[in-house]
Write a protein that binds this ligand. Structure first.
Ligand code: ADP
Ligand code: MG
Ligand code: ZN
Length: 556
């Protein structure tokens, strides 16, 4: 038995390393600069905690969340390891205790928020106490391309140079771009050993579904898993509250969680979720990084996440104990428009926007996939895999058809009308529905007028959604969301490529068209009138209706 294996069982109480851990622990313990990419729940913490015990001196751990640091310190102390944290959440006593054990040379792990690095005193302190290793948890926070960018992470590179000690960085975000950025920002001038470890989480069942009756779909999913701990992610704070109430109405233990809540209330939800069995937390993405509950049995997305990385991290919170876990991600044309608009209207510079669109494209491709989802997800992270047999598409292969002809008709309608219209008008042209708007513009004289009459309107809506999903068309933010054709669509128009579409999602979409009302100005009285109108519409027409604001907020 190696020393590492001995500590693994005597200190951490584990019988064996998880896949990948042994090699990483070995490299880090030997003082190699290391970048380890492992899935969420893969066991990254151990990969710096154990080497910290094997190395001389103190290991500084940079971690983005106070809650996460405190949990780890508590667990380490309980295992008899001298560990402490310097965070803004410390009491005076706690801080004093940390300094005392540092001075006495007892401390092995010192956790620190990146913000600490901004103060000059920190470097002086770290120089004085003799650091043997810098460990960077959630290292993707150094990436400006990622979704958790923390500017203070940029100070870590300078810290490494100043202390001249090995650095070990850990993350679950592994796309090529982020990887390259982590290496250049944290290891400048030194090339780390890179460990890219298995992204597959075979115990997590993957499934997507087109929004049909979104609330009912989530309630049905939860009802089939009654009594199990689960998370429902929503795009808006308001929705977390209404959906949690709806779940309670059906007898579930459920609470909401979002960034707008008081810190105390949020902590209470976190603690309840950790302790109780079978609590459902309905949350925005604010709920997550600090959650370390091994037996979350399911994760549902009531709205499409913003990128494939976000999707992977969020579903990755399920089934950390290795037992079967299930996921369901709902999406619809409105989600795609919302996420596109968030990227387009965000403040990010142009190149970053292009990358954000690409990440969204990857997720949309996954949502509209026609064969094994896991294979597609893993391919995005650079892993080749066989069809998994444990995703919705392997369970029930979708009914697909060659959609090339339909897509060409739609593209032609878009181009002949100067890329100036949204789906509604384009569909009227395709099915030959001569509305006033069509007659006023002489669009009933277009060669494409009526060429799509063989398909009903709702099917065309699903085709337009899938075209967005395949990134063949995009809503133009500068022209009220009118569709523009993308470069990716050209080979289809030229007859050099074909498109496969799913028929099942089309059939489903056909059942329930949504009624939307556009509001040009935010106004409280107008809003309440609209809400009443929406309710009346939803009740009388038995279809979902929304109020959509110019900032793309959706009110259901
Ligand atoms: P990550 O940071 O990669 O998401 P964690 O370090 O939080 O993962 O570990 C996830 C869970 O796996 C924790 O509950 C941890 O105790 C457990 N774990 C880590 N290593 C092992 C191991 N070798 N054997 C069993 N459980 C482990
Ligand atoms: Mg972790
Ligand atoms: Zn599969």
């Amino acid at each position: 038995m190696t020393r590492a294996e001995g500590l693994l069982s005597s200190v951490f109480g584990f019988g064996a390393f998880r896949p990948g851990q042994a090699e990483i622990v070995d490299a880090v313990a030997k003082g190699r600069n290391t970048l380890a990419i492992m899935p969420t729940g893969g066991g990254k913490s151990l990969c710096y905690q154990l080497p910290a015990l094997l190395r001389d001196g103190v290991t500084v751990v940079i971690s983005p969340l106070i809650a996460l640091m405190r949990d780890q310190v508590r667990a380490l102390r309980a295992a008899g390891v001298e560990a402490g944290a310097l965070t803004s959440g410390n009491s005076e006593d706690e801080t004093e205790e940390v300094f005392r054990s540092l001075d006495e040379g007892r401390l092995k792990l010192l956790y620190m928020a990146p913000e600490r690095l901004a103060s000059g005193g920190t470097l002086t302190l770290l120089r004085r106490i003799g650091i043997g290793l810098i460990a960077v948890d959630e290292a993707h926070c150094v990436s400006q391309w990622g979704h958790d960018f923390r500017p203070d992470y940029l100070r870590i590179g300078a810290l490494r140079r100043a202390l001249d000690v090995p650095l070990a960085a850990f993350t679950a975000t592994a796309d090529e771009e982020t990887r390259v950025e982590i290496v250049s920002r944290l290891f400048e001038g030194a090339s780390p050993d890179v460990f890219l470890h298995g992204f597959d989480r075979p115990n997590i069942h993957l499934a997507f579904d087109v929004k049909d009756q979104p609330r009912r779909q989530i309630l049905t999913f939860a009802a089939a898993r009654r009594g199990q701990s689960g998370i429902v992610y929503c795009a808006t704070r308001a929705k977390t509250e209404t959906l949690a109430a709806a779940l309670r109405d059906e007898g579930h233990a459920a609470c909401h969680y979002h960034g707008g809540m008081e810190a105390d209330d949020r902590r209470e939800v976190e603690a309840r979720f950790q302790q109780d069995d079978g609590l459902i937390v309905v949350a925005t993405v604010a709920f997550g990084m600090g959650i370390d509950k091994p037996d979350i049995r399911w994760v549902a997305h009531a709205d499409l996440p913003k990128s494939i990385e976000a999707y992977y991290q969020e579903i990755g919170r399920a089934g950390r104990d290795g037992a079967p876990a299930e996921t369901l991600t709902l999406f619809g044309a409105d989600d795609i428009r919302l996420r596109r608009a968030q990227v387009d209207e965000g403040l990010a510079p142009g190149e970053r926007k292009a990358a954000d669109h690409a990440r969204l494209n990857a997720l949309l491709g996954l949502a509209e996939a026609t064969s094994c989802r896991r294979q597609r997800l893993l391919a995005y992270f650079g892993e080749a895999a066989e069809p998994c047999g444990a995703c919705d598409l392997c369970d029930a292969p979708p009914d697909v058809f060659d959609g090339t002809e339909a897509v060409r008709k739609a593209l032609s309608a878009i181009l002949r009308t100067g890329e100036s219209f949204g789906a509604g008008h384009l569909i009227d042209i395709l099915i030959g529905h001569a509305t006033d708007k069509i007659r006023a513009r002489n669009h009933d004289g277009l060669p494409t007028f009526g060429v799509g009459g063989d398909l009903p309107k709702a099917q065309w809506q699903a085709i337009f959604r899938q075209m967005m999903g395949h990134n063949l068309i995009r809503p133009d933010p500068d022209r009220h969301g009118a569709f523009r054709m993308t470069e990716a669509a050209r080979p289809i128009l030229r007859g050099e490529a074909t498109v496969t579409l799913r028929r099942d999602t089309i059939r489903k979409a056909a059942g329930r068209p949504a009624v939307k009302m556009l509001v040009s100005e935010e106004n409280a009285t107008l809003l309440s009138a609209l809400k009443a109108k929406r309710r009346a519409l939803a009740e009388s027409a038995k279809v979902p209706a929304y109020v959509i604001f110019p900032d793309r907020t959706l009110i259901e």
